[in-house]
Design a protein around this ligand. Sequence first.
Ligand SMILES: [Zn+2]
Ligand SMILES: [Zn+2]
Length: 101
Amino acid sequence: MTMTTQDKQLVCTACGSEFPFSGEEQEFYTSKGFQDPKKCKPCRDAAKQGRGGGGGGGRGYGGQRQMYPATCSACGIQTQVPFQPNGSKPVYCRDCYQSSY
Ligand SMILES: [Zn+2]
Ligand SMILES: [Zn+2]
């Protein structure tokens, strides 16, 4: 038997808590050429699961305004308007609004 790798405590860079890095794991990591894990297991698992949020960059999908359902005062169809209809003003669908000019 050669010298056994001893367990060591590492500090998670994400949550700051100490977590054990067992000798077995250390040997596994070394054999794969990995560096010591930076995060505890719960944090690593969370990172694996929550992969959707990444990306960054790629803007340009802005401009989604809140729309309110309304009934056109002119033709009576259901439409959506970018403001809350309060009933005191007539609401027009796009077609009627444009043809009113
Ligand atoms: Zn953690
Ligand atoms: Zn209309």
